[in-house]
Write a protein that binds this ligand. Structure first.
Ligand code: GSH
Length: 251
C-alpha cells in the first residue's frame, strides 16, 4: 500500500490558492507544490484538466486510503478532504455531527458561494474589465461590503475572536486570503473593525504566515501602499484575464 499522506498541491498566488497551503501548514502536513502559471493558461492544459476538469487552481492529489490516487478540486472540497482525512485531533475543524461542525460549514459555504464569487467579480469589474461599467462595479463592491458587514457583526459577538467556537477553523482560513485583499476589490477594511482585528489575528498565526507565501511571496499588504505597483499588477492581470476569456469564448 502506498504511503500517505502523499499530497501534491497545484496552485498559484491567489486567495483561493493560499487557502490550501495555509490549511496544510496549520495541519503540519508535508506536501509537494507545483506552481501553475495561470497567466499562460497552464490550468487549461489536458494534463491539468485530468486533475480539475474545471481548469482552475487550486487542485490537489493524494494517495487515498484504498492505495489509489484521488484528485481533488474546488478549494472548499479540498479543505474538507484534508480535515476529514488528517485532522484527527480537530486542530482546525470539529467532529462531524457536532453543532460546531455544522456552524463551520455555514461559514465555509458563505465564503465559497458568497464572499469569494462576489469579491472576485468586484476585482474583475474594478481592475480587469476592458471598460468601466459603473453598474457592475457598484453591484459587486456593494455586495462584498454587505457580506463583510455580516462577518463583522458575527465577529463582534465572538468570544474567541474566530468564526466558530473556540478556535480558528477551515472557515476562517478560507476567508483570510479574500479579506486581507479587500482593498483590491475597492472595499475599505477600516469600515469593519472586528473583521480588521480578525485579519491581524489570523496573520499572527505561524501557519498563515508560512502558507500565505506559497508558491510565491504574498504581497497584498505591501501592494496596498504602492499606487505604481497597483497599476502595474492590475495591467498585467487584465492582459491575461482578457486573453483567457477570449480563448474560453472560442471553445
Ligand atoms: N470555486 C473555485 C474557484 C477557483 C478559481 O477561480 N481559481 C482561479 C484563481 S483564484 C483560477 O484558477 N483562475 C484561472 C482561470 O480563470 O482560468 C475554488 O474555490 O477552488
Amino acid at each position: 500500500m502506498a504511503a500517505r499522506p502523499d499530497i501534491h498541491l497545484y496552485t498559484t498566488q491567489t486567495p483561493n490558492g493560499i487557502k490550501i497551503s495555509i490549511t496544510l501548514e496549520e495541519l503540519g502536513l508535508p506536501y509537494k507544490v507545483t506552481k501553475i502559471d495561470i497567466s499562460k493558461n497552464t490550468q487549461k492544459e489536458p494534463w491539468f484538466l485530468e486533475i480539475n476538469p474545471n481548469g482552475r487552481i487550486p487542485a490537489l492529489t493524494d494517495t487515498f486510503s484504498d492505495g489509489k490516487t484521488i484528485r481533488l478540486f474546488e478549494s472548499g472540497s479540498i479543505q474538507q478532504y484534508l480535515v476529514d482525512q488528517y485532522d484527527k485531533d480537530y486542530k482546525i475543524s470539529y467532529p462531524r455531527g457536532t453543532r460546531e461542525y455544522y456552524e463551520m460549514n455555514n461559514w465555509l459555504f458563505f465564503l465559497n458561494a458568497g464572499v469569494g464569487p462576489m469579491q472576485g467579480q468586484a476585482n474583475h469589474f474594478g481592475r480587469y474589465a476592458p471598460e468601466h461599467i459603473e453598474y457592475g462595479v457598484k453591484r459587486y463592491v456593494n455586495e462584498t461590503r454587505r457580506l463583510y458587514g455580516v462577518l463583522n457583526a458575527h465577529l463582534e459577538k465572538s468570544t474567541s475572536g474566530y468564526l466558530v467556537g473556540d478556535k480558528c477553523t477551515i472557515a476562517d482560513i478560507a476567508h483570510w486570503g479574500w479579506v486581507t485583499s479587500a482593498f483590491w476589490a475597492g472595499v475599505d477594511i477600516n469600515e469593519f473593525p472586528a473583521l480588521k482585528a480578525w485579519d491581524e489575528r489570523m496573520l499572527a498565526r505561524p501557519g498563515v504566515e508560512k502558507g500565505r507565501h506559497v508558491p510565491d511571496p504574498h504581497r497584498m499588504k505591501e501592494l496596498q501602499n504602492d499606487p505604481a505597483k497597483i497599476k502595474e499588477h492590475a495591467e498585467a492581470s487584465k492582459q491575461w484575464v482578457q486573453a483567457g476569456m477570449a480563448a474560453d469564448a472560442k471553445k
